[in-house]
Design a protein around this ligand. Structure first.
Ligand code: CUA
Length: 317
């Protein structure tokens, strides 16, 4: 009962509540195998328990009838497992091939694993983002996975499947999200100090919302308030520009996340915290304190510069 209580809630990273065709392929296999395994378990344990009680030694009982071999039984317990394994093998192999197929009718994105965040490129739309993949519901998405440093693993449990992200090699993962919502992902291969902080969000929206999102992302965002404009100056004069790109400005660095529309994202710092002004300030004050091993150093910014930077970055919608 204690173990079963773990199934009582819809956890955000559950693998048992698929929300995509790919997830269902795997779920259906799992259900088939669990049912077959349960039948085998009940039959084998049932016969075992029956034999233990029916044939147990009793005081004074004579020696049981001594037999050797039973051809019929032996044929049966060879054939039955073969049939069960075939029933499992056929759909399993079919699913492996279907899962490995690289679709041609899908929206293509490129996701690059980096220590410890994810870079997202919409090649056809000329959009670069980080730690967040926005896609329209019902649209098959094909993700080419690359690594800029070590081996990572890309995993959004509710979409199903998990793919290693390997340097100098492109792996592919596809799925069709079937329900709008925000789904949590996680790097699933140990990749260094902040492996656990290498998270990801999949944002599934309606086609209209997606079209609007694309339009906004393709135009450089500009700061409006005085504080945000001051933040833009602080940004331009600090080390930030060496690592980050902000469209429409002189910042063209590529070793850190593209911040052109960072204000529109749901999460910060490899997806570990919600994108709020408070969290942004916390992050800017001491990145390695928030994400151990972070390649973004502590720039020892003054509180006043941090508050201007927060205003600026949050205005980049
Ligand atoms: Cu990247 Cu673990």
């Amino acid at each position: 009962m204690l173990l079963l209580s773990g199934c009582g809630e819809q956890y955000v990273q559950t693998t048992l509540a698929p929300k995509s065709d790919f997830g269902w392929m795997i779920q259906n296999l799992l259900i088939l195998i669990v049912i077959l395994a349960a039948i085998v378990f009940v039959v084998v344990e049932g016969v075992l328990i029956y034999a233990i009680f029916r044939f147990r030694g009793r005081p004074g009982a004579p020696l049981p009838n001594q037999v050797h071999g039973n051809t019929r039984l032996e044929i049966a317990w060879t054939i039955v497992p073969v049939v069960i394994l075939v029933i499992i093998a056929v759909p399993t192999v079919q699913t492996i091939f279907a899962a490995a197929e690289v679709p041609t009718d899908a929206m293509n994105v490129r996701v690059v694993g980096r220590q410890w965040w994810w870079e997202v490129h919409y090649n056809d739309l000329n959009i670069t983002s980080a730690n967040e993949l926005v896609v329209p519901v019902g649209q098959k998405v094909s993700i080419d996975l690359e690594s800029a440093d070590v081996i990572h693993s890309f995993w959004i449990p509710q979409m199903g499947g998990k793919r290693d992200v390997v340097p100098n090699h492109v792996n592919n993962l596809w799925f069709t999200p079937e329900k709008t919502g925000v789904y949590y992902g996680q790097c699933a291969e140990y990749c260094g100090t902040s492996h656990a902080n290498m998270r990801f969000r999949l944002v599934v929206v309606t086609q209209d919302e997606f079209d609007n999102w694309v339009k906004t992302q393709q135009v450089p965002a500009t700061p409006t308030t005085e504080e945000a404009k001051r933040g833009a100056e602080v940004f331009a004069q600090s080390a930030c520009v060496g690592c980050h790109t902000i469209d429409g400005t002189a910042a063209k660095g590529t070793s850190g996340p593209n911040l052109s529309h960072v204000g529109s994202r749901k999460a910060l710092a490899g997806g570990i915290m919600d994108n709020t002004p408070e969290n942004m300030a916390r992050w800017l004050k001491d990145p390695p304190g928030v994400k151990p091993g972070s390649l973004m150093p502590n720039l020892n910014l003054s509180d006043s510069d941090i508050s201007a930077l927060v205003a600026y970055l949050e205005s980049l919608k």
